[in-house]
Design a protein around this ligand. Structure first.
Ligand SMILES: NC(=O)c1ccc[n+]([C@@H]2O[C@H](COP(=O)([O-])OP(=O)(O)OC[C@H]3O[C@@H](n4cnc5c(N)ncnc54)[C@H](O)[C@@H]3O)[C@@H](O)[C@H]2O)c1
Length: 444
């Protein structure tokens, strides 16, 4: 049997989510044929890791200047794009024009102009782009989708979504490229794309209008000084700086073999400093965000994100004309990105609770079973869809193409525009995403 050929660009913290199952569980039907990254140290680190973990032969690896040569020489059927967010569109378009399909990490891209380039390339080539919205595959999120699809609360009218990032995971977005809007789109795009996608998919509707406010209220030099914590601002980074010992935001790249191999040892060839001070000047993304969103179906959603909470998780309430669902997840603290970047609190009762209350009835607790695996068991399920030669039938509409990717990133892009202008933003003014459609499931 001919195995499906995959090449990957961007071999940082997240790439094991893709290249490991290809090299292990799905090796009978999948084959990794090329790795590309601007850092030789990082791509070789993964290369050696794969060889020793799965006893595979070394894979051809390429610098970023040789991406097109990689396509020509390795002839992938699908390219996996896992570079920083503002670069996704470049590699997507070049891969589609070569004749390959694409699997792209979220967010699909960072703004409407870049999405236009992707959309045109899909139309020009007839190839496909998958957006990897792994949160859809988490058991609790899937149960919420199923309850709504079954009509448990009637027709949805309102959503209230409150996301908490803690001072460990939340702080991590302020240490490196994510902390610059031009590179990540800010948390409204980089992080909230997951949450906007969950709302879009749960209620099966396309967002129409966004009014948002945001602020950098905790991280950054000025906020630390205003709180009387000037001492935390005195060093540019943490690793190797004795003065930073005892700083609760300290990250030590030499204290963890993955962080050392991937980032500390690659500083000379990439200039990428993974542990910059979260209280430095120049950070231009928000850590406190609120948005009101109206959907084409008439649903109104209220959303907030806070990146400096003592605990991490989210709370969502969805009200319909026949009842209400309340869902809560509490996540454990962690730092390292990659395929396990959300861990749930170990006890089921603290990890996730789901409650269904129909109008004029008592609330019922619905048990949520959290299996093993990255993102509460979501990652193995989406990996099976991506890489298996016989993926199980999918009846919840959890696979997302480039248009569904856009439906969520455009909420964040509209939120950014709303913060900048102080005005509500009509998403179709940013990009006319299938203007006659109402349901998310009508989009690819
Ligand atoms: N779905 C999820 O839960 C999840 C979790 C983490 C990250 N992600 C996404 O995965 C992607 C990668 O994130 P990460 O955490 O691995 O980041 P990272 O910074 O660890 O890795 C990015 C890699 O891209 C490389 N790179 C930078 N510029 C490049 C260029 N021009 N050409 C080629 N390579 C280049 C860097 O050298 C680095 O190896 C991002 O889009 C992020 O949003 C998704």
């Amino acid at each position: 049997m001919k195995r499906h050929r995959y090449a990957a660009v961007g071999t940082g913290g997240r790439i094991p989510m893709f290249i490991d199952p290809i090299s292990d569980t799905y090796r009978h039907c999948s084959e990794l044929v090329g790795l590309c990254d601007s850092s030789e140290t990082r791509r070789r680190w993964h290369q050696q890791r794969l060889c020793s973990a799965y006893n595979t032969a070394p894979v051809a690896d390429y610098g970023v200047e040789d991406f097109d040569r990689m396509l020509q020489e390795t002839k992938p059927d699908t390219v996996i794009v896992c570079v920083p967010d503002h670069l996704h569109h470049e590699f997507i378009v070049r891969s589609l024009d070569f004749g390959a399909d694409v699997i792209c990490e979220k967010p699909l891209t960072t703004d409407a102009d870049k999405f236009a380039e992707i959309d045109q390339a899909v139309r020009r080539t007839g190839r496909s782009v998958r957006t990897t919205f792994n949160y859809r595959w988490a058991p609790g999120a899937s149960q919420v989708r199923q309850l709504i699809a079954d009509g448990a609360i009637g027709t949805v009218k309102h959503v209230d979504f409150d996301y908490m990032l803690n001072t460990s995971h939340g702080a991590d977005y302020f240490r490196r490229w994510h902390s610059y809007k031009a590179l990540s789109g800010g948390l409204f795009v980089h992080k909230c794309t997951h949450h906007f996608d969950l709302i879009n998919w749960w209620i099966d509707s396309i967002p129409e209008t966004v009014f948002a406010m945001g602020a950098l209220a905790f991280y950054g030099r000025d906020n630390a000084i205003a709180r009387g914590q000037e001492a935390l601002t005195r060093y540019a980074r943490y690793t190797g700086i004795p003065e930073s010992e005892g700083d609760p935001f300290r990250m030590n790249l030499e204290g963890d073999p993955t962080l050392k191999g991937l980032y500390r040892d690659a500083e000379d060839d990439s200039g990428y400093i993974r542990d910059e001070n979260v209280f430095r000047s120049g950070i231009d993304i928000e850590d406190s965000l609120s948005a009101t969103i109206r959907y084409r179906s008439g649903v109104i959603a209220s959303y907030s994100l806070n990146a400096y909470c003592p605990a991490e998780g989210f709370r969502v309430s969805i009200s319909g004309d026949a009842g209400r669902i309340e869902y809560f997840e509490r996540h454990a603290a962690h730092i390292i990105t990659g395929d396990k970047d959300i861990k749930f609190e170990p006890t089921a009762s603290r990890g996730a609770t789901l409650s269904l209350q129909r109008l004029f009835e008592d609330a019922q607790d619905v048990p949520v079973h959290m299996p093993e695996g990255g993102h509460g068991g979501a990652d193995p399920l989406i990996q099976e869809q991506m890489f298996s030669d016989q993926p199980p039938a999918e009846n919840l509409g959890r696979n997302a193409g480039h248009e569904q990717g856009a439906a969520s990133l455009l909420v964040g892009a509209a939120g950014n525009r709303s913060i900048a202008t102080g005005q509500p933003i009509h998403i179709t003014d940013l990009y006319p995403l299938s203007p006659k459609s109402k349901h998310l499931s009508e989009l690819i």
